[in-house]
Design a protein around this ligand. Structure first.
Ligand code: B1M
Length: 212
């Protein structure tokens, strides 16, 4: 009988091969893809997020756990689509214009996926116009902007202004983060929220786009 708690442990340990084997076994035994995602893959990543926030895990452990989670997701994703299970929400993630740093942004994207969100990754050096276009194209609940340079932080303001100018500011929540970014800066530019790290970004997304 599939042990979803043991599967969650394998996600936490970053054991990709075991996650692949155990997810396939659970599917073959008829466990619902929703249970596999919620009770094992997301549950495991939630614990990874907790340990990361508590400085018990560092970036490499999170990346390895996220890789294992992805291996499991690859198996259940088509089944979720077949059974009509909806993601918790859609988040479009990108590093702002002029900024090529993507390691933190990728961590945020992975944790959000682990939190049950569909993530549209706009990659790096994303112009304000490209963020606006992503809102029209993907109708995300949330835009998550990352900046690692003090010189590119103003591009966050430019992006929010562009959303307003395009008349779509009220249709999407904007959250921001990155090493030089602060809550005070988020308040100053009229963002809806700031998250200091990838695990907090999931908590913030849950606040900004409550399930149901
Ligand atoms: Co760059 N770089 N870099 N760099 N680089 C910094 C950021 C810097 C602090 C180094 C320094 O001088 N001490 C400095 C910025 C100074 C400043 O502006 N105050 C700097 C500089 C100056 C530069 C260049 C200008 C250097 C040059 O060419 N002269 C240049 C700029 C290029 C450009 O972007 N246009 C540059 C280039 C590079 C590399 C390409 C070599 C490489 C990037 C590789 C890559 O990303 N693929 C690089 C790296 C690796 C760094 C450091 C060493 C590490 C950044 C990192 O990945 N950290 C960095 C120094 C440092 O931070 N120690 C530095 C790990 C990552 C997990 O953390 O990105 O903070 P972080 O993400 C965290 C949180 O911030 C948060 O969650 C993440 C996980 O907890 N978070 C979010 C991030 N985004 C979020 C979004 C959210 C929520 C939370 O959405 C809501």
């Amino acid at each position: 009988m599939a042990d979803l708690q043991a599967l969650a442990e394998m996600v936490i340990n970053g054991n990709r091969d075991e996650v692949t084997r155990m997810v396939q076994e659970a599917v073959d035994e008829g466990v619902s893809p929703e249970s596999i995602v919620n009770e094992a893959l997301i549950a495991g990543m939630n614990e990874v997020g907790r340990r990361f926030k508590a400085n018990e895990f560092y970036v490499p452990e999170v990346l390895i756990a996220a890789r294992a989670m992805h291996a499991g997701m690859d198996i259940v994703k088509p089944l979720l689509a077949e059974s009509g299970v909806q993601p918790r929400g859609v988040v479009a993630v990108g590093t702002v214009q002029g900024d090529l740093h993507d390691i933190g942004k990728n961590l945020v994207a992975m944790m959000l996926e682990g939190g049950g969100y569909e993530v549209v990754d706009l990659e790096v050096d994303v112009t304000a116009d490209a963020f606006v276009a992503a809102v029209s194209e993907h109708s995300p609940n949330i835009l998550a902007l990352s900046a690692l340079l003090t010189t590119t932080m103003p591009a966050m303001q430019t992006t929010i202004d562009a959303l307003s100018a395009a008349g779509v500011r009220d249709s999407v929540k904007v959250m921001i983060g990155g090493a030089p970014v602060t809550q005070a800066y988020a308040d100053e530019i009229g963002a809806d929220g700031y998250a200091p790290d990838a695990a907090s970004a999931v908590d913030l997304a849950n606040e900004l786009a409550p399930a149901g």
